[in-house]
Design a protein around this ligand. Structure first.
Ligand SMILES: Nc1ncnc2c1ncn2[C@@H]1O[C@H](COP(=O)(O)OP(=O)(O)OP(=O)(O)O)[C@@H](O)[C@H]1O
Ligand SMILES: [Mg+2]
Length: 203
């Protein structure tokens, strides 16, 4: 399987925006294995809005509560089984979007990072650009390294911060693949108008 796993240092850091941007430019397909907070706008709905030509695969698990997957599942008296999170078969590259960050529980024993380790797709870490990001990003990279999850690099989202970028590259030992500036609106034409990624989808 070809593609990337898009994770982040936190929830709300821009994983869906980055997924839309990558999938649009790579003619890739999109899959969000676990969607929580399904009552609200789902990430697949957002992708359909931001990159309408991107084929979207149904989530393996959809849960109503806007909580961590393990807790949202508990509320529905169910349990997420890691082995049930099987990626869809596809010829095109697949952009997989995680829920939250790497240490988000999926059930009482497994974390999102366990799913990443199983899928073995190179990981893109989406990080905020501003104060606090060095700590969150380096911890995320450290965990991924420990589990020997392949790392593609970091995408920084927000006002450019050359010092933070340099620190992440220096201490994290990974490239910052792209920087996405604050956008006045996040919609289809804005996503299509972003400069294409200067890196290609891993083979
Ligand atoms: N560069 C940006 N400029 C303006 N708004 C942005 C930017 N990046 C993200 N946003 C907005 O911030 C919000 C969170 O972004 P996004 O949904 O991509 O985060 P996420 O990491 O996918 O969140 P979740 O953990 O819920 O999946 C969205 O409303 C999005 O439109
Ligand atoms: Mg998202």
């Amino acid at each position: 399987m070809r593609g990337v796993f898009v994770t982040g240092t936190d929830t709300g850091v821009g994983k869906t925006l980055v997924s839309a941007w990558l999938a649009h430019n790579w003619q890739a397909e999109y899959w969000k294995p676990i969607q929580t907070g399904a009552g609200e706008d789902s990430d697949a709905d957002t992708i359909a809005r931001l990159a309408p030509q991107v084929p979207i695969h149904p989530c393996a698990v959809t849960l109503q509560a806007p909580l961590s997957p393990h807790e949202a599942a508990k509320r529905e008296r169910t349990r997420i089984d890691l082995s049930a999170l099987t990626p869809p078969a596809t010829q095109a590259p697949l952009v997989v979007e995680g829920a939250g960050g790497v240490m988000v529980p999926i059930n009482e024993v497994a974390l999102m990072i366990d799913l990443m380790a199983r899928l073995r797709l190179p990981v893109v870490v989406v990080a905020r650009s501003g104060l606090g990001t060095i700590n969150h990003t380096l911890m995320t990279l450290e965990m991924l390294r420990r589990r020997q999850v392949p790392l593609l690099g970091v995408v920084m989202n927000g006002q450019k911060n050359p010092g933070n970028r340099q620190a992440i590259e220096h201490f994290g030992g990974v490239p910052v693949l792209a920087e996405i500036q604050p956008l006045l609106a996040v919609n289809q034409s804005v996503v299509a108008g972003l400069p294409p990624p200067a890196f290609s989808c891993p083979p």
